[in-house]
Design a protein around this ligand. Sequence first.
Ligand code: SF4
Ligand code: SF4
Length: 213
Amino acid sequence: METERILAFLRDEIHTAVMATADDSGNPVTCAIDVMDGDGSGLYFLTAKGKNFYARLKARGFAALTGIAGDSTMTRVAVSVRGKVKEQRRDVLRRLLEKNPYMYEIYPTEVSREGLVAFRLYEGEGEWFDLSKKPVERQSFSFGGAETAADGYFIGWDCIGCGKCLDVCPQSCIRLLKPPAVIVQEHCLRCGNCAAACPAGAVRKGGVKAPAP
Ligand code: SF4
Ligand code: SF4
């Protein structure tokens, strides 16, 4: 799925997400935000200048969020995004308010909206995770020029083809026609069972592969 469609899903189907920022000690603090706009190049949200959340955004310039859609665990889609954030001009705030008119009920007067400020999460990466599919579906994505981190598990050429990893994989997402076995990344839970079970140490995290023979 294209990044634009994933971020549009976050904006339209999830809309309210939990965002984490770091405090002065580097510890995480979460709060609920609404994803008020978004396209293939980033996401927009707003806050008020008097909030500690605003101070954390300005101090760190970085935030992470997770939004969830679906009624129960086995029908849920989760979208996680992390990246750089930047305060936006006043005209961006006006556009966000027009697109999300319920904000006029929370901040009903012009003067009460004076302290509002818009932010854009403009460069980052994320993950789509769909538990409603069997096997599960996951997809990494990036936007604004950020690279997608290769943080899954990968099997190297030192695989001896014993098949032990297939027995412990909860999603049956390892294929072994001939060594090396291959992990189907879009169905992988990244649980690490395969790495723990491999007698050859051939399963590695983060895309570090053994050299070809
Ligand atoms: S990390 Fe878990 S889900 Fe992914 S291939 Fe290994 S055992 Fe299967
Ligand atoms: S357990 Fe290790 S050596 Fe055996 S098939 Fe899986 S990756 Fe290859």
